[in-house]
Ligand binder design. Structure first.
Ligand SMILES: Cc1cc2nc3c(=O)[nH]c(=O)nc-3n(C[C@H](O)[C@H](O)[C@H](O)COP(=O)(O)OP(=O)(O)OC[C@H]3O[C@@H](n4cnc5c(N)ncnc54)[C@H](O)[C@@H]3O)c2cc1C
Length: 434
């Protein structure tokens, strides 16, 4: 099935339209085929292209390259994500491995943008975790304890501190971590497309329909041709399950976000002219809110089980109204109709929030499932899965593989019922934070 995305995403609409888009029109043979051209697939293709200048590498995407979740996210390159339940050394060790992977992700992107001179509105301003509920201070104190043990620079903040930094009185408890970066995800992924080596052939609007592993070759069927490849890397993230890859270990979740137009000078003054910032929620289903470099406000406050292939205009409108309310709650002085665009994107989840990084057969590899940390981790996993598929063992692969593997998920309809119930519970717990 084709992914049919909306055309509303501000991050994508900020960029020039690409030219020379090629679609697969005939049969091909390849040494390497990569399915999915987001951060993961683009990084894998770049790495393979550089490692094997004389080999045939094909990268396909069912939509325009980079225009899935990789352009549709909130642009937080994270060094930490909230862990509010610290109780034992075992948990501390597991959390440390997670943050070691984040750190490698940040380093991988830093190296890429330095090497290719990428302008992606990079801002090492760290990020906030904040809540309007004063009771959530307890969770932030627990989190602060973990951060101190792992030597992450951070600071706890009160309502007053937060109001000064963010220009809203909404939040009553907060914590700022110094690490982590805010960036323009569309500009970053576009740079990755431009950096593809010349021996990587990119076919867009080209959906893999089915595949079969036969006589040491993987035969991949598309609408207008078959690609026979010696090795394949699946980098389709939220669509892995629909391709039958690790289907009992991952499932797609659809997120929706909105972005305002840039605030006028008067509007910006009315909120205290804050510097660029990003807030992540303390409760999992609360809102992510960001003030961009050019004074736009981004809000993401939905996460749901939905058809990953399409969200209709009227479905998007409903979510946009929710996001308008979210902005109004935080900035009552701003006009009602400043949202310029609303879009959806698909991420992949596992039960234990672990990622997938695996050889699943002699010539078949998969990397994905990063939830809200795919900018850095996806870029890292893309490069490292290319190395793993080349039989290399790096220090990065050792760290990635030290993390717990995802655990088994029940089949449908039990999976949907379980996930929907959990999301509903989390939504109720976070209802003041949406
Ligand atoms: C609203 C939102 C906010 C987010 N915020 C953040 C954030 O702040 N920070 C962060 O790090 N992460 C965030 N994420 C998650 C992040 O965007 C993803 O983890 C990341 O994009 C994953 O990259 P990827 O390359 O693995 O997958 P994707 O970008 O999803 O790319 C997979 C590609 O596979 C293609 N594909 C699927 N099926 C097929 C097929 N059959 N044939 C060919 N191609 C196929 C798709 O079209 C898609 O382009 C957010 C995501 C969303 C939606």
């Amino acid at each position: 099935m084709n992914v049919s995305n909306d055309t509303n995403c501000s991050w994508i609409n900020d960029l020039d339209q690409r030219k020379n888009i090629k679609t697969l029109e005939s049969n091909k043979d390849a040494d390497w085929l990569i399915i999915g051209a987001g951060y993961t697939g683009l990084s894998a293709a770049r790495k393979l292209g550089l490692m094997y200048p004389n080999q045939k590498i094909i990268l396909v995407d069912s939509q325009l390259a980079g225009e899935g979740a990789s352009s549709r996210n909130s642009g937080y390159l994270v060094d930490t994500t909230l862990n509010d339940g610290f109780t034992s050394n075992k948990i501390l060790e597991a959390y440390k491995i997670k943050t070691d992977i984040y750190k490698l992700g940040i380093e991988t992107i830093k190296k890429f943008i330095k090497e290719y001179q990428v302008d992606c509105d990079w801002n090492e301003c760290g990020k906030y975790f904040a809540s309007s509920k004063i009771e959530d201070k307890r969770l932030l104190l627990n989190f602060s304890d973990i951060l101190s043990k792992l030597k992450f620079e951070h600071i706890l903040l009160s309502n007053n501190d937060l109001a000064k930094k963010l220009g809203t009185n909404f939040y009553n408890a907060g914590l700022h971590t110094k690490g982590g970066v805010l960036l323009h995800p569309g500009k970053l992924v576009r740079a990755m497309i431009n950096a593809l080596p010349s021996n990587v052939e990119l076919f867009e609007n080209t959906s893999l329909l089915k595949w079969q592993n036969k006589n040491d070759l993987v035969n991949c069927y598309f609408q207008n041709g078959i690609i026979k490849t010696k090795k394949i890397i699946f980098a389709a993230n939220g669509f892995l399950k629909s391709l039958g890859i690790k289907s009992n270990y991952n499932f797609p979740i659809t997120l929706t976000a909105s972005m305002t137009r840039p605030l006028t000078n008067k509007e910006f003054k009315s909120i205290g002219e804050p510097k660029e910032w990003g807030v992540l929620p303390v409760r999992p289903m609360g809102a992510t809110v960001r003030m961009t470099k050019d004074r736009r406000i981004l809000i993401r406050n939905t996460a749901e089980v939905h058809n990953p292939y399409k969200m209709t205009k009227s479905e998007l409108n409903k979510r946009s109204i929710k996001q308008k309310i979210g902005i109004k709650k935080r900035f009552p002085q701003l006009p009602n109709d400043i949202i310029q665009s609303t879009w959806s994107g698909v991420v992949s989840r596992t039960r234990s929030s672990s990622q997938i990084f695996e050889k699943i057969d002699e010539n078949i590899f998969v990397a994905g499932c990063y939830n809200g940390s795919g900018i850095g981790v996806g870029t890292l996993f893309g490069e490292q899965i290319a190395l793993k598929a080349s039989n290399e063992i790096t220090k990065e692969i050792k760290i990635i593989e030290a993390r717990n593997k995802p655990t088994w998920l029940p089949p449908q309809p039990f999976l949907d019922i379980g996930v929907k119930t959990r999301l509903l519970y989390e939504r109720l717990r976070a209802r003041s934070e949406i």
